[in-house]
Design a protein around this ligand. Structure first.
Ligand SMILES: NC(=O)c1ccc[n+]([C@@H]2O[C@H](COP(=O)([O-])OP(=O)(O)OC[C@H]3O[C@@H](n4cnc5c(N)ncnc54)[C@H](OP(=O)(O)O)[C@@H]3O)[C@@H](O)[C@H]2O)c1
Length: 244
């Protein structure tokens, strides 16, 4: 499916992350640390409620089993009043989709669940996920093809996609020029730790090829020293090669 510019159809995509002042998304234990303040959690809920789908990467999905639903009754009712389902579509991008069948992603709230995976997921697990109502898309390659995943989501009527990490998925999306905006909650604390994940993992860029961001807004987020940074990601031109 192509848009009027002859490009593959994709939703408007934004990444929302919470990091410490030293840029860490979690401690080196990788158990899913609470970085956001209560005020920021409210903002995240609002962002979810304004999105058609919420996406996470494989490690976040398998290790943290996130709910990805909207907690607030009011926000869910407002969505329904707008003619939308009460929760956005939950989306997982995972090489081997060995997620818990009775876990939060699969069971929490009424939401459409979509899983993009590869043939490393066993046919039995795919059947079990589908029997519980999940829609499973299997990529031919060893990784999920994100361009075709976005095309599939567009076909489902997803116009606005919120990506909630982790760092490997974030980097892959940024590298492929598939992100429009980046929102960062910067907490006034430091985790440190050489192996603690940052908001963009993967292979990384060289200095000369770094992805440049355009600052849209800076805002105080709470009384705990938290700051919100809102960036636009300029479109990557074909001649700009950001790969190393
Ligand atoms: N603070 C925050 O806002 C926030 C939000 C979310 C997560 N986190 C933290 O981030 C950490 C997890 O991040 P992570 O970088 O390890 O993993 P991730 O981004 O959650 O998942 C990445 C994995 O997804 C799979 N995958 C399959 N196709 C892919 C594709 N095309 N592109 C990218 N990934 C693909 C790969 O699994 P295989 O390696 O198995 O092939 C890949 O390693 C956790 O510590 C979590 O707590 C923090």
């Amino acid at each position: 499916m192509l848009n009027e510019d002859g490009l593959t159809m994709r939703p408007f995509v934004f990444i929302n992350v919470a990091v410490t002042a030293d840029g860490k998304m979690d401690t080196s234990e990788r158990k899913g640390s609470a970085i956001s303040s209560p005020e920021d959690n409210e903002r995240v809920q609002q962002l979810r409620s304004e999105s058609d789908a919420v996406m996470v990467g494989g490690h976040t999905l398998l290790d943290e089993d996130p709910k990805l639903t909207i907690k607030s009754n009011r926000l869910r009712l407002e969505r329904k009043a707008r003619g939308l389902p009460e929760n956005p579509i939950k989306v997982g991008v995972v090489t081997k989709a060995d997620l818990r069948l009775d876990g939060n992603f699969m069971m929490d709230g009424t939401a459409r669940r979509v899983i993009f995976t590869t043939s490393k997921t066993s046919p039995e697990q795919i059947k079990a996920l589908e029997a519980l109502g999940a829609e499973v898309y299997i990529s031919d390659s060893s990784r999920v093809d994100l361009v075709s995943a976005f095309e599939t989501l567009s076909g489902m009527g997803v116009h606005r996609l919120m990506v909630e990490g982790g760092g490997t998925l974030n980097f892959e999306l940024l590298r492929q020029g598939l992100v429009d905006e980046l929102m960062i909650y910067l907490a006034a604390k430091i985790f440190g730790g050489q192996t603690a994940p940052t908001l963009a993992e993967g292979k990384g860029y060289f200095d000369f090829s770094a992805l440049k961001l355009e600052l849209l807004n800076v805002q105080k987020a709470d009384d705990r020293g938290g700051v919100l940074l809102h960036y636009k990601i300029p479109k990557i031109k074909k001649e700009d090669n950001h790969d190393n």
